[in-house]
Design a protein around this ligand. Structure first.
Ligand code: UD1
Length: 419
């Protein structure tokens, strides 16, 4: 079977409205957290993404019942029976590692294979494991399999993370919720998705405070119950549509967003010369004037500029007047969009953690290949701006994080389809 591609006839100014779906990086840990509830949970604003399907497959393999009802997913965790995730399921999605803390927290035993290699360079899990060990977990690693057990119930622990890892903060929160005593995570990740996970767990009866700050405190409780919870909007998807409007000198009204979570992204688009107007749950972006370079843009943990938005803004800067520099501080291998954007005529030099982008007046269509999720999004933006036809292949990456990308872009006037 030949895989489908996106076929884009670019060069059209986009304009219109788009609704931003629920956040992938929030729904995945929340789905894992439903395990801890031991009840029935209804997760609303749950996007239809391949990573969400992978999560529900894992939940089912552990004995839970999952069913989708429109934009909601219902998980019945009363029937949870297994504590082992097969290698196949682990390989589908690196973020399946977040199931470790949830399974361990509920069943005090978990066996899963080490998450496979990843496109963003080495993504170790040492901080996850050392945090879980501080909670009392015994963890052994043999032949790529992690065998974890919690000999006695969690009684609380105090720890300082060497760096504010999002996944490690989530795993430690999940493992510490059921039990007694107080767990304090210092230098915790402050991303809004951490607050969303805490919001869901608290709706199930957990006692978590400090989420969104660098110190998260979890007071163990004996049990949780089911809850209905609505997932926060996806700030990276929002940035992608802002990028699509900006690179085509168009305009877009984003609906269903939380501007308060997006200061650094809004500021990056403003620095590039777009007019950005946040309202309570909407953001309007207008880029009718020519874009200009951003002198230096550095990725950083929240509230800094998100690494996930970096390839998107890189694509936009390929058409901005002047020289931009991007410093990538989070992942080693996150300039993989650069060589493919060069195929469209972009002038980008990337070495190590630094990329220098000389704006060019026009891009022209070419055949490109997505190497990861956000690099794929960057190529779609490049294609929308390029004159002629651009194709983007390896769509399975893009499908991990965007629901109805083509139809949303078509509603803005783009000529894009899947072939
Ligand atoms: C999450 C997001 C991802 C985002 C990233 C940073 C999900 C599903 N994914 O990934 O989209 O790009 O946050 O905002 O939410 N590190 C270690 N040891 C560890 C853990 C991490 O050295 O045990 C390093 C990583 O290699 C990386 C940095 O810490 O350099 C940040 O990683 P982390 O915050 O853990 O990212 P993820 O949770 O994997």
């Amino acid at each position: 079977m030949t895989e489908s591609k996106l076929y884009i006839e670019g060069g059209k100014r986009l304009a219109g409205e788009v609704f931003v779906h629920g956040a992938k990086n929030s729904v995945l840990p929340v789905l894992a957290a439903t395990l801890l509830s031991g009840g029935v949970c209804r997760i609303e604003n749950c996007p239809e993404l391949s990573d969400v399907y992978s999560s529900t497959r894992i939940l089912r393999s552990l004995g839970c019942k999952c069913r989708r009802e429109g934009s909601a997913v219902e998980v019945d965790a009363r029937t949870l029976s297994g504590c082992e995730i097969s290698e196949d399921l682990m390989r589908e999605m690196r973020s399946s590692i977040v199931f470790l803390g949830a399974i361990l927290g509920r069943l005090r035993r978990c066996r899963l294979s080490f998450p496979g290699g990843c496109e963003l360079g080495p993504r170790p899990i040492d901080i996850h494991l050392s945090g879980l060990r501080k909670l009392g977990a015994k963890i052994t690693e043999a032949h790529g399999v992690l065998d974890c057990s919690m000999p006695s119930a969690v009684t609380g622990a105090s720890m300082t993370l060497p760096l504010p890892s999002v996944g490690a903060t989530e795993n430690i929160m999940l493992a510490a919720v059921l039990g007694s005593g107080e767990t304090v995570i210092r230098n915790a990740a402050r991303e809004p998705e951490i607050s969303d996970l805490a919001g869901f767990l608290n709706a199930c009866g957990a006692k978590i405070s400090g989420q969104g700050s660098a110190t998260v405190v979890i007071n163990g409780v004996e049990s949780l119950h089911g809850a209905t919870y609505s997932i926060m909007p996806d700030r990276i998807v929002a940035a992608t549509y802002m990028g699509a409007a900006a690179i085509t000198n168009g305009e877009v009204m984003l609906r269903g967003v939380r501007p308060a979570d997006m200061h650094s992204t809004v500021s990056a688009f403003e620095q590039a010369g777009a007019g950005v107007y946040p309202y309570s749950d909407r953001i309007y972006l207008s880029a009718k004037k020519p874009l200009r370079a951003i002198k230096t843009l550095r990725t950083a943990p929240y509230p800094g500029f998100p690494t996930d938005c970096q390839p998107i803004v890189m694509a936009v800067l390929t058409k901005a007047r002047g020289t931009s520099m991007i410093v990538e501080n989070i992942f080693e291998n996150r300039f993989r969009a650069a060589p493919e954007l060069r195929r469209l005529g972009a002038d980008i030099k990337a070495e190590g953690r630094v990329a220098v982008i000389e704006g060019v007046p026009r891009l022209s269509g070419a055949a490109t290949v997505a190497s990861d999720l956000r690099a794929g999004a960057a190529l779609v933006l490049g294609g929308l701006a390029a004159e002629g036809v651009t194709t983007v292949s390896n769509l399975h990456y893009i499908d991990r994080g965007y629901e109805a990308l083509e139809s949303s872009l078509r509603a803005l006037g783009a000529r894009i389809r899947r072939i």
